[in-house]
Design a protein around this ligand. Structure first.
Ligand code: NAD
Length: 509
């Protein structure tokens, strides 16, 4: 077992020092600035993570820059072989990665394993890099002239990731970026940074050359250093909308290509003909899974017509069965929130909703249990109105709101007028209406009787409106495109028939 793991998952030991990973080794931070890392289920601090200075970020970028020429020249078959090894290694060690996620993020172990599995799908996709990078060829575009396209890596890629998927979101980025021949500097969330270090160790173990994958920890200082660094060619960001907007503006101003995936407020529309039991199961798993800390979580149920009473009743009935507790306990279904401050902010929306006129059907503070963990039970607000703060804000916790409307058109307008457009879902038995919804709706990912429509790895993931800055979705074909630049070659060769060197070609054709 690695040092990182030992210190992270065994309780009662001294604080883990979580350092940077540069050029294939752990490098202790020199800034004197650091931040606490907690086990959110106990409220105990388990680690202290170094915060990088601009100079430390520069060191990581220089390592990545130095590794780039040899890595981009590495053959496709060798790169693909390494991706296959990465897949095998991460699969073999999935339990170890998942345990770190549960220890620092708090999500239940089965969910953490699910996170690793979804990340592995993107690595599997990247194993096909020789096929994915194939260009096009037009013979005889003009007489004696051939034209063909190739895709080449952009250089050093910076990845800035959120707390809620500390393993999967980095995998969404580094697997395709590295497969394309780029080198990578990851700045993971400072709230749960250890999974990135285990992944770095595993990448070294499979034989990835030093400098191809680096990790710098930190806050805005480290992020700004990446955004401004002249040797960073591209930035992939996943996080909240205000930060995404900032990253996009500052990164593009510095001449980089930037994809910035942002916050969400995903609506699930339930039509009167829907299977109420199925819709209620979906709302519960998509609303409260991972304590609602998913960018594809359902946070608003839009109940159309007379389905509302039955649906709210069916959701309410399911809530007492959700066992809240430490994610390492086998029967627990919902873990804590990431920090005490975040838990308190999320909980404050219950009162805000009540004060604005919503009906509090379930108050998660009453079912949060005792202890110092950052827990909040599942909360349900009915009769939420679009002008309420609970509707407008991304809560990012286990507080599900129900908006009642009379018609499909009203439901659609609600989804479309919301500033976010990450995912959405419709529950109905009517294929024609579902098809119309898919045609009409202003969101990047749509589920039809599927509450969390995260695309499989061979499609790309991304939202619309304030859920995405930049034009490129992440992973899948758009990921390959983002991490490469196109080059088109137009070529003409001297006619061998008129060549001054006698190559033995017949003189007439
Ligand atoms: P966040 O925006 O606070 O942080 C994301 C990253 O940005 C972290 O690495 C953090 O250190 C850094 N950061 C934070 N504040 C910064 C600042 N002022 N300047 C520069 N860098 C800064 O997000 P979070 O709380 O870690 O994650 C939750 C958010 O991420 C939610 O809004 C969620 O919807 C979103 N998210 C979106 C997707 C998606 O695919 N669209 C996926 C996962 C999470």
């Amino acid at each position: 077992m690695t040092e990182v793991l030992e210190t992270q998952i065994e309780r009662g030991r001294e604080l883990a020092r979580i350092s940077h990973w540069i050029n294939g080794e752990l490098v202790a931070g020199q800034s004197g600035r650091s931040g606490p890392v907690y086990n959110p289920a106990t409220g105990e601090q388990t680690g202290e993570v170094d915060f990088a200075t601009a100079q430390e970020v520069d060191r990581a970028v220089q390592a990545a820059q130095a590794a780039f020429p040899a890595w981009r020249a590495t053959s496709l078959s060798k790169r693909s072989e390494l991706l296959f090894r990465m897949r095998e290694m991460f699969h073999q060690r999935r339990e170890d990665i998942a345990r770190i996620l549960t220890a620092e993020h708090g999500k239940v172990l089965s969910d953490a394993l699910g996170e690793v599995a979804r990340g592995l799908e993107v690595i599997e996709y990247a194993c096909g890099i020789p096929t994915l990078l194939k260009g096009e060829y037009s013979e005889q575009a003009s007489t004696g002239i051939d034209v063909y396209s190739i895709r080449q890596p952009v250089g050093v890629v910076g990845g800035i990731t959120p707390f809620n998927f500390p393993a999967m979101v980095p995998m969404w980025m580094f697997a395709p970026a590295i497969a394309c021949g780029n080198t990578f500097v990851l700045k993971p969330s400072e709230k749960d940074p250890s999974a990135s270090l285990l992944m770095a160790e595993l990448l070294k173990e499979i034989g990835l050359p030093d400098g191809v994958f680096n990790v710098v920890h930190g806050d805005k200082v480290a992020v700004d250093a990446l955004l401004d660094h002249s040797d960073i060619a591209a930035i992939s960001f996943v996080g909240s909308t205000p930060v995404a907007r900032y990253i996009y503006e500052r990164g593009t101003k510095a001449g980089k290509r930037v994809q910035a995936l942002a916050g969400a407020k995903n609506h699930m529309v339930v039509l009167p003909d829907a299977d109420v039991e199925m819709a209620a199961d979906a709302a519960v798993s998509a609303g409260y899974g991972s304590a609602g800390e998913r960018c594809m979580a359902i946070s608003v149920v839009v109940a159309v017509g007379d389905v509302a009473d039955a649906l709210v009743g069916a959701i309410q009935e399911r809530l007492p069965k959700i066992k809240v507790g430490d994610g390492f306990e086998p029967d627990v279904e919902m873990g804590p929130l990431i920090t005490r401050e975040h838990r308190d902010r999320v909980a404050s929306f219950i009162d805000k909703g009540r004060e604005a006129g919503a009906t509090v059907v379930a108050d998660g503070r009453e079912t949060a249990g005792d202890g110092d963990g950052f827990f909040l039970g599942p909360s349900l607000l009915d009769n939420v109105k679009p002008e309420m703060e609970v509707y407008l804000e991304e809560i990012f916790g286990p507080v599900l709101g129900v908006v009642r409307v009379d018609t499909y058109d009203e439901a659609l307008r609600l989804v479309d007028e919301n500033s976010y457009g990450n995912g959405t879902a419709i529950f109905t038995r009517d294929g024609g209406v579902a098809r119309q919804f898919q045609f009409d709706v202003q969101a990047g990912m749509v589920g039809i009787n599927v509450p969390i429509p995260v695309p499989v790895a061979y499609y790309s993931f991304g939202g619309w409106k304030d859920s995405l800055f930049g034009s490129s979705h992440i992973y899948g074909p758009e990921g390959i495109e983002f991490y490469t630049r196109g080059k088109v070659v137009t070529s003409r060769w001297p006619d061998p028939a008129t060549s001054r060197v006698d190559l033995g070609f017949p003189q007439t054709r």
